[in-house]
Structure formats: structure tokens, C-alpha cells
Design a protein around this ligand. Sequence first.
Ligand SMILES: Cc1cc2nc3c(=O)[nH]c(=O)nc-3n(C[C@H](O)[C@H](O)[C@H](O)COP(=O)(O)OP(=O)(O)OC[C@H]3O[C@@H](n4cnc5c(N)ncnc54)[C@H](O)[C@@H]3O)c2cc1C
Length: 374
Amino acid sequence: MKDKIYDCAIIGGGLAGLSLAILLSRKGYKVILFEKKKYPFHRVCGEYISKESLGFLNHLGLATNQIDYADINEVLISAPNGHHLLRPLSLGGIGISRYFLDNELYKIAEKNGAEIIQETSVEEVNLIQHKYHIKTINNTYVAKLAIACQGKNSNLNKNLKRKSLGPKENYVGIKYHIKTDFSDNRIELHNFAGGYAGISKVENKTYCLCYLTKSKNLKRFNGNIKKMEEEILYQNPYLKNYFTNSEFLFKEPITVSQITFSIKAPIVNQMLVLGDSAGTIAPLCGNGMSLALHASALAEKNIEAYLKEEIDLKKLQEIHQQTWVNQFAFRIRFGALIQKLFGKTMLTNISIQILKQFPSVVDYIIKKTHGKPF
Ligand SMILES: Cc1cc2nc3c(=O)[nH]c(=O)nc-3n(C[C@H](O)[C@H](O)[C@H](O)COP(=O)(O)OP(=O)(O)OC[C@H]3O[C@@H](n4cnc5c(N)ncnc54)[C@H](O)[C@@H]3O)c2cc1C
């Protein structure tokens, strides 16, 4: 593989990696993308995409007008005691499963000429004499540039000793697809002690039920998810209803562990970092996917300038660092702050009661968690 030199190597085929692969490959750049799994696959995600990304998804070549996505324009938030508030979502979002969305983007990237190496994990990346050497278990690939899009809990983050620059509380994410009786235009966020669950529609009359809980909740039940759900999540009457009156479509839930919500450095080992790997926004903002897509949209022009030798690597890194901080750092910190309101039973019960009296404050918070179309 060392005889071929790629323009850009992308590590990780989630939304950040796939969208960048599409943008660069359709301009004629030689792109190679490494994904440790095989498309299509399910991943833990609430599957609500803020509409700020709708135009960009079309720009990537996804014909959203031909997809049976859910159009979501209201949110219901409940406290652990079942008290709730209901508000319209001014921008709103769409519901599409990651199983479908990532697979569509993968097909578009491949059609545009990007080389997609699936079921292959990148172990190491080194910059040697102005070229990046990307090591997988079987091969080493060489590229003019390498971009880190490996998400939040990758082996590569451990190998690169990525440090979180914020709170260290560990969370677990759990997802189901269900058939249930639910409003198609609504997303609901239901709080419970130590976490919260989201439910909204995706394609095929299916609903995504996904929750985040502090790892210590699960440890209390020795890793027994069902027991934890019955003892903790069922305390919220909405969740008890969804868990006991729905058809569950997976044999086992999809899970992810060791999630922290904080900012990491947007440059590592001389690579630009995009998406969750640079900072994970609290899922209750419904915005991590848009941040990943937006980061690639912003990086495209600068990467192109580097590949055309209009700027050097130092300048590229400077611009990326600055852009990333300006665009995303506030939203990630704000999300972490809002998340603190949730998960503590008493505080959430009181917060929902108070916020119900001040709908304009709720609308302001929602607006701050969503970005502007790009
Ligand atoms: C519980 C939960 C609910 C969420 N709900 C929502 C929501 O409703 N709306 C929303 O917008 N966001 C939500 N998010 C966040 C959203 O899922 C992420 O922000 C988004 O997926 C980030 O995209 P990404 O491309 O950065 O990373 P990912 O989508 O995680 O992609 C990274 C990819 O890299 C691959 N990879 C990792 N290491 C390697 C390696 N060494 N070599 C090769 N490949 C590798 C992985 O397999 C993965 O496919 C949620 C997150 C959680 C945890």
C-alpha cells in the first residue's frame, strides 16, 4: 500500500468522516476512509437530527425529499415524577435511523470514488517526512493528510492518549427500536434518576428509544440492564408505559459505554480532529450529528487549500483550531450545563415545575442548543 499516496486519509466512517469523504472525493481528491465496522450497522444515537443539517444532507447528495423521515416540531420534557412541559420547536428536526443514514452516505462516498476500507481498525498514525503513515493490523497506508473522525470512544483515542478537558463523569448509552403508540411529530425527553431517555420517530413507522445513564446506575445492578430499567427508569410513568406497552425490535439493546461530555483538543498527533472525537455534546441537545456534519463542511475549504499548497500544515491547524473553538466550544459547554439540570431527581422535578411557568426561557434554551442552517 505504501506505493500509492492518497490525498486524504479519514479515520472513522460516522457522519464526520463520511461527509468529508463525500466532499473531497467529488472534487477529485484521492480519499481513503477506514471504518472498523461494516455498513449498514446500528449505533447508539437518539436519531433526531436538528434541521440545521437538512440543506447540507441534500448538498451531500442525499435526496431527503425521497426519504420517509419524521418531521419533528414539538418537544415534551418530563421530570422523574411525570410532570411535564410541551413546547414547539422553532427549527425542529428530522428522524432518520443511523442504520439507514450512514449506509446512504457510505454509498454516496463510494460512488464519488472514495476508497472505503471496512472492518478495519486504524491502530496508529505517524507523520514522517511530511506524509502521514496510517497503520492498520495488516497494512500501512500513506497520505498527504490524515483526519481523525473516530468518534468518542475509539481504541485510537486511547492509543493517542486523548485527554478530556472537562468533567470526567462516565455515562452509558442504550438504544432500542420499537413499535409503539406515539405522535410522529414529537420528540419526548423523559428524565429519571441519573439519566434521561429520548423517544422519536424514524423511518418505517419505527420509533427510536434511546437513553443515557450514569455508569454507576448500571454498576448498582451489576450490569443488568433490564433490572436497572425496571427499578429506575420505570419510576417515570411515561417510560414505564413505553417499556411495557411497545414491541421491541432488537433481540438485545445496542449499547455504548465510557462516554464523557467534554471538549478535547481539535488537533492530535498533527491531525485535525472532527466530530465527537474533538468534543461530545450532551445528547439532550439533539445536536451531535449536526456538529459532526458542520465540522466537515467547515473543514473542506481549508483542507482543499492545504492540498493545493496554498497554506502549510501549521496554518491549516491554526485555522481549524480557531474555527472549532468559535463554532462549537460554547455549544458543548452549554449542553453540559443543561445536562446538569437533569438526572438529579429533586432538581429536575423542581426545574420542570418552574420552567413550565416560563415558556420563553424554555424556548431560549432550546434555541441555544440548536444551531443555524449551514
Ligand atoms: C445516547 C446518545 C444519544 C444521542 N442522540 C443524538 C441525537 O438524537 N441527535 C444527535 O444529533 N446526536 C445524538 N447523539 C450524538 C451523535 O450520535 C454523535 O455526536 C455523532 O454520531 C458523532 O459523529 P462522529 O462522526 O463524530 O462519530 P461516530 O458517529 O461515533 O463515528 C465514528 C466512527 O469511527 C469508527 N472508528 C472508531 N475507531 C476507529 C478506528 N481506530 N479505525 C477505524 N474506524 C474507527 C467507529 O466505528 C464509528 O463508526 C447521541 C449520542 C449518544 C451517546
